[in-house]
Design a protein around this ligand. Sequence first.
Ligand code: SF4
Length: 73
Amino acid sequence: VNQGIKAPIKDSVSLEQYKAYNYATACEDCTHFDLLPETCTFTFPTEPFLRRNQIKDIETKGEAAFCRAIEID
Ligand code: SF4
């Protein structure tokens, strides 16, 4: 895991909109994600960007981290 990365900035998000629009915003949607070990080919820490953690952050704090390097096929 890349240890040189700072904690990600979190953006305010509506849980209703997150669920309604089903945007591809999580590691699980990204080309660089390896599902079983839940790792990133860039060695970014995936924890903040996993869908379950985005939802948990939105539910508890009304905000979530979104990876700026996400790549969707
Ligand atoms: S590039 Fe970002 S969204 Fe894609 S797997 Fe890596 S950490 Fe997750």
